[in-house]
Design a protein around this ligand. Structure first.
Ligand code: PMP
Length: 434
């Protein structure tokens, strides 16, 4: 068994942070609440690795929660930032690069006629819903239990991610009037969907979905499920919103909609399109996007929207992805890694399910299948916490929460993954394996 580490500087910084920042962190999952222990304060990242302030190195399976598909501190992105930064960091006026980024995104999403840049995924989903409500003149929003779409009021109902980990299904501060406008359905349940549309189809402004949910841990849609969503929303006049904040440019040069050939009415993006800087975007059919101010009556704005640094990092990332076309290799590498993990847990007699799609994967400690929030919640979270810490001690940084997906980047080489697998093998006795 590896020596338990004493993260001294991280511990000191965390104590200091607790005095000045609520919970010591600027986003809840970073606090390690569900797995326990001291969050590692990060000093730097390079390629597939992170270094904490105590000088420990970790193979990083979080990748800043998705943006870093090319790894940390990719030289081309740093160089683009330096070039752009020399000319100023924000103008509050349009730039050519924003137009190029918009054109680049549209070229990858055939169903999208126009796109608006914002500063986060939260802003993207919140604004897309406003647009859908304006377009349909209806109020009701359908979302799925365990899907997370950022923290705007109407979406903080049965949200996954950190909210699920903390066991706070509904945030205090969200009024009943707002949450009452959100109808929650179980993901992957065709019958519940059909019933909701039969009963209330005429009231539904939009259905918002993570087409590959990543915030209840990774879950995949049953065959035909997304197609059925498209059919029912189209038939009832509701907008279908694909939240591809995680999956956009992650599962393909495009999104899940590219893999499935489905055109939603609106798509939300973030993470990868900002190359590690704060960004979000929402786009869709012209008839919807034309409602946006200054052209139309739906208001949405942002002081830093289209920020030159974020746009430069995003454009460089997308250009590299187009050049490298890393998707088949990333998928193959992640699938092989997931298969090895399954085999290791099985041989050790540990009930586990490893869901994987492209470069996304989640380890659940239950026999599965994990297909929705209910089955994800049956994972043995105490065992997940032990797994997380056993790996962290050995220098492997998995998601510090069960209800999240892990990510591979192009910087994760086969030798790195081999080392991760031997560390898992070494840790099995600590997880109760034989
Ligand atoms: N949608 C999805 C699918 C997400 O995973 C997230 C964040 N992880 C968001 C929206 C919100 O994005 P942000 O944190 O940038 O506000």
């Amino acid at each position: 068994m590896a020596e338990p580490i004493r993260p001294e500087r991280s511990g000191q910084l965390f104590e200091r942070a607790l005095r000045s920042i609520p919970g010591g962190v600027n986003s809840p999952v970073r606090a390690f609440r569900s797995v326990g222990g001291t969050p590692r304060f990060i000093a730097k990242g390079s390629g597939a690795y992170l270094w904490d302030v105590d000088g420990r190195r970790y193979l990083d399976f979080v990748g800043s929660w998705g943006p870093l598909i090319l790894g940390h501190a990719r030289p081309e992105i740093l160089a683009a930032l330096e070039r752009v930064m020399a000319d100023g960091t924000s103008f509050g006026a349009p730039t050519e690069a924003e137009v190029v980024l918009a054109e680049t995104i549209l070229a990858a999403f055939p169903g999208m006629d126009q796109v608006r840049l914002v500063n986060s995924g939260t802003e993207a989903t919140m604004s897309a819903i406003r647009l859908a409500r304006a377009h349909t003149g209806r109020s009701l929003l359908v979302k799925f239990a365990g899907c997370y779409h950022g923290h705007s009021d109407s979406l903080l109902v049965k949200a996954g991610s950190g909210a699920a980990t903390l066991g706070v299904p509904d945030s205090l501060g969200v009024t009943a009037a707002v949450s009452g406008q959100t109808l929650i359905l179980p993901f992957n349940d065709g019958e519940a969907l059909a019933e909701a549309f039969a009963a209330r189809g005429g009231e539904i402004a939009a259905v918002i979905v993570e087409p590959f949910p990543g915030n209840m841990g990774l879950v995949l849609p049953h065959p035909g499920y997304l197609e059925e969503l498209r059919r029912l929303t189209a038939a009832s006049g509701a907008a279908l919103i694909f939240d591809e904040v995680i999956t956009g440019f992650r599962v393909a040069y495009g999104g899940v909609q590219t893999l499935y050939g489905i055109e939603p009415d609106l798509t939300c993006l973030g993470k990868i399109i900002g190359g590690g800087l704060p960004v979000g975007a929402y786009g869709g059919k012209r008839e919807l996007m034309a409602l946006l101010a200054p052209e139309g009556p739906v208001y949405q704005a942002g002081t830093l929207s289209g920020n030159p640094l974020a746009v430069a990092a995003g454009l460089t990332t997308l250009r590299l992805l187009q050049e490298l076309q890393p998707y088949p290799e990333l998928a193959q590498r992640t699938a092989a890694f997931a298969a090895e993990l399954r085999a290791l847990f099985e041989r050790a007699g540990i009930p586990a399910t490893v869901n994987q799609a492209e470069s996304l994967f989640t380890v659940f400690f239950n026999p599965g299948p994990v297909v929705d929030y209910e089955s994800a919640s049956r994972s043995d979270r105490e065992r997940y916490a032990r797994f997380f810490h056993a790996m962290l001690e050995r220098g492997f940084y998995f998601s510090p929460g069960q209800f999240e997906t892990c990510f591979l980047s192009t910087a994760h080489g086969s030798a790195d993954l081999e080392q991760a697998l031997s560390a898992v093998r070494d840790a099995l006795p600590e997880l109760g394996g034989r």
